[in-house]
Write a protein that binds this ligand. Sequence first.
Ligand code: SF4
Ligand code: SF4
Ligand code: SF4
Length: 409
Amino acid sequence: MSELKAGSDIKVGDKLLGWAVSEDVRSRGASGGLVTAVLAAALETGFVERVLVLKRVSEFEAYPVFTSDVKEVLESAGSMHSVPVNLARYLKPETCSGKIALPAKPCDTRAVVERAKRNVLSPENTYVIGLNCGGTMHPETVRKMLEAVYRLGPEEIEGEEILKGKLVFFTKDGKEHAVPIDDLEAEGLGRRDSCRYCQVKVPKNADLACGNWGVPGDLAGKGTFVEVMTEKGAELLRNAVHAGFAELISADEKGISAREKVNKVMLGMSEKRKAEVFAPIENGGERFEYFRKELENCIHCGACKAVCPVCTCGEDSKCTAYSSLADSYRMSLFHMVRFLHLSDSCIGCGQCEDVCPAEILLTRLYQRFAVPIQKEYRYIPGMSDRTPPFFALKPEDNEDKEGSGCSCR
Ligand code: SF4
Ligand code: SF4
Ligand code: SF4
């Protein structure tokens, strides 16, 4: 094993393996508890004022809390694949005073970046600990799977993890129950629809990109692979090491290439799935009919807008105005305005379809609108500080686009 890092030697670009010093944190957190240790150290030393975490009610239920209490951070530790809340949505001017840290899936991280562009939060004061993500599950689907496939009741579950392509439930009697995710998805179970074609799996847009991909066999389950993406990320790690909360060593070449390989495989699977999902929407003349039909069960509740983490328009938005101007056009115009408005910014997070009471697979519709535009402008929302193409006021803001770069088309 390579030498422990002193802390002051951690810099941007480092690829490291780390774990919590405290045995208690290691046992509570996933993959050696590094993320929990970094968050706890940040609070304990006053490096940040608050952290935003998911407070656990059970394996299947949690709610976001801002806390300055290290105990609450420790209680939030561990995987929560079945609570796919987007934490970025809770970062607002009224909640974002002072320095804040949060753990974040790639879709949370992307939403943080997009919300910063809309002046909802201060990027300098927001420390994002990114977590690799192969997908999350809707709590209702998890309950169905437990009953139909695993033959287990929710009260028997102690924890869950996605390991080597399998969804594993750990029960209170000390047993493990593993089923390949491919088998679950063949039955319409498993990950959320949007996760199956999500295009970012390693959050390289965060301050730190953490996960268990690339952790060698002898450290499996006991260590986290972390890539230092920004100076803010380096500061977080240095603080955790200096405070005695975390230990880190350099990752070796084998681990680095294993992580890249897993990422590549996951992205390849997403691309394949995206092609399948978009196939029925591809046919020129029938596309409008497809959208109209998919939206015909909409009950006009507005939940999809309320939950969208990149929509920061508030109640007086254009789409809401169109939802009450003319009853006969109500939802079609509401959705059409939203499709256009989000076409440069939809990150495909799936929050809209998670809350839709009419069970419309909305993310497919939003992504079908957004993906060609984002491709044309070579813009992946939430992955850089670039101005969203349709916010651009000058052609040079869109210089990545082929042609004039003008967005008024
Ligand atoms: S949309 Fe992507 S980042 Fe978000 S939970 Fe699903 S797979 Fe993870
Ligand atoms: S439209 Fe839906 S998928 Fe797109 S960013 Fe908003 S909530 Fe996420
Ligand atoms: S959440 Fe569903 S039902 Fe409600 S407005 Fe959106 S599409 Fe319509």
